[in-house]
Design a protein around this ligand. Structure first.
Ligand SMILES: NC(=O)CC[C@H](N)C(=O)O
Length: 305
């Protein structure tokens, strides 16, 4: 497996040059564009890492999957899906175009920024501090990594420049999707996106989802399996944004990308995969990371379809 992974990384390195680092969050331009790494965590305890699997990056949109299962545990699906839809948009992750076209107004799904901000606003807690504390605790538990931290400079950078997210959040307050504390809700969202991880951490989250919400280390059912099913279904239909259809055809496994360059993938019952490659394609997905997952899926016959 190890040699196979190294070979796949080498084959995909040349794609890095055709992508770019995101500039809309200025701090993200400091990433190492050439980094490329992968980590696989299996339920039998076997783990494999290749390339820059120790490279640290911010989790960004991958966090949306985790806050979704937390909010589902807090409230149950009926309440959550009254505020957020279940359909892919076919638009960019930060698009606000469709926000106003459904009546009553609600974001299309929890994987786009608007939907994720709404989901985060529903996480239980008496203050933004309490909410982010709960989120951090849960992340540390499912990654089994107690050292996880928020990257302060990336958080500050996004908070300062996040006007598009801010605009969508104020709109959602106006139509009753989120409560009055718009800035507090945004603050939790910006912080959850700035949690610093490695491929290993996200592969552990993938494994947790592949294991239907049971933490392998303790055997504890932390999340209702129905909710992990919902999360995986959203990953298939919306996890790679407006590239989700192509990804389902070429790779065929639930996955979620982030603008930090990470992709978390889940092979139900078999493994969690974490990939990092900060050079992004025009849709905001890791350009070499997608290539790596495509090759691995073929070689290990991972497609769920
Ligand atoms: N696609 C992403 O990773 C987007 C997350 C980023 N924090 C944003 O809100 O724009």
């Amino acid at each position: 497996m190890q040699a196979q992974l190294e070979k796949i990384l080498d084959k995909n390195r040349n794609k890095i040059q055709y992508g770019n680092l995101p500039t809309y969050i200025p701090e993200l331009t400091k990433a190492n564009k050439d980094a490329l790494g992968i980590y696989i965590s299996q339920p039998d305890g076997k783990e494999f890492g290749a390339g820059d699997y120790g490279y640290k990056f911010t989790i960004q949109s991958i966090s949306k999957v985790i806050t979704l299962i937390m909010a589902l545990e807090d409230w149950g699906p009926a309440y959550i899906f009254e505020k957020v839809g279940m359909e892919p948009t076919g638009d960019a992750f930060n698009s606000m175009m469709k926000l106003e076209i459904v009546r009553p107004s609600k974001p299309f799904n929890p994987m786009i920024n608007a939907g994720a901000i709404a989901v985060t606003s529903m996480i239980k807690g008496n203050s933004p501090e309490e909410k982010i504390d709960r989120i951090m605790k849960f992340f540390k538990l499912i990654t089994q990594n107690p050292t996880l931290e928020i990257n302060k400079s990336i958080y500050m950078s996004e908070k300062k420049t996040g006007d598009r997210n801010r605009a969508m959040a104020y709109f959602m307050k106006d139509v009753g999707v989120i409560n009055e504390d718009v800035e507090g809700n945004l603050d939790v969202y910006f912080r959850q996106c700035s949690i610093e991880v490695t491929c290993k951490d996200i592969s552990r989250i993938g494994l947790f989802l592949s294991n239907n919400g049971i933490l392998k280390e303790t055997g504890e059912q932390l999340i209702n399996p129905e909710y992990t099913k919902i999360a995986k279904a959203f990953m298939v239909t919306c996890g790679m944004y407006n590239a989700s259809g192509e990804f389902a055809i070429n790779v065929g496994i639930p996955a979620k990308s982030g603008v930090g360059g990470g992709i978390m993938a889940v092979v139900p019952g078999r493994m969690g995969i974490g990939v990092v490659g900060p050079s992004l394609d025009e849709k905001g997905n890791s350009i070499a990371g997608i290539g790596v997952l495509k090759d691995i899926s073929k070689e290990l016959d991972l497609s769920i379809f």
